[in-house]
Design a binder for this molecule. Structure first.
Ligand code: FES
Length: 188
């Protein structure tokens, strides 16, 4: 009996030791978590771009010389940027297709600015695997829908930069931009 009592006491002491160790372990983890969070926050806030960096990452494009039906290539954050001035016929065709069955449905109005629906600004980066589509330079293949054509795997974009045929999953991306005057656009 005395042996049983000693054994019970020993088990209890062992359990107590285990519980204590667990608690110390959990407390240490909790402290590490708080320490980790307090180290992480300054790192994250340091990663946010400063106003200087944001300003340097905008691009101003003079669109005054782009004739109806013409496109130009510019660069935005080291990637190609397409700026196209649509003809009245292209605007009408794009609007007529607003309700067409599309993989990534979007209206021309949603991809241009009010009062400037003739100016289409998109990234020149195919949404399939990132090739630069053709169609922004004179004489280049504009694909089956008169916009842009990606020769890498055959994606066809219409005059509003909407994907109409081929493997690309999304329309050409429209970056943030604003008109700073009737002829100058600031992208970014
Ligand atoms: S990268 Fe454009 S179709 Fe594949």
């Amino acid at each position: 009996m005395a042996t049983d009592t000693a054994a019970t006491t020993e088990v209890s002491a062992t359990e107590e030791g285990v519980r204590r160790r667990d608690w110390i372990h959990i407390a240490a983890l909790g402290t590490a978590g708080v320490g980790g969070a307090s180290v992480l926050f300054p790192l994250i806030s340091q990663m946010a771009p400063s106003q200087d960096v944001l300003a340097a990452s905008t691009t101003e494009v003079d669109i005054g010389a782009i004739q109806p039906g013409q496109s130009i290539k510019a660069a935005f954050r080291k990637q190609p940027l397409f700026v196209k001035r649509l003809t009245p016929e292209q605007i009408a065709a794009a609007k007529a297709d607003d309700t067409a069955d599309m993989r990534d449905p979007a209206t021309l109005a949603s991809r241009t600015k009010a009062g400037h629906e003739d100016i289409l600004i998109t990234m020149g980066v195919c949404t399939h695997l990132g090739c630069v589509p053709l169609g922004a330079a004179e004489g280049e293949n504009q694909g089956d829908f008169g916009g842009y054509f990606c020769p890498c795997h055959g994606s066809h974009y219409d005059v509003a930069g909407r994907i109409r045929k081929g493997p690309a999953p999304k329309n050409l991306h429209v970056p943030d931009y604003d008109f700073t005057s009737d002829t100058v656009v600031r992208v970014g």
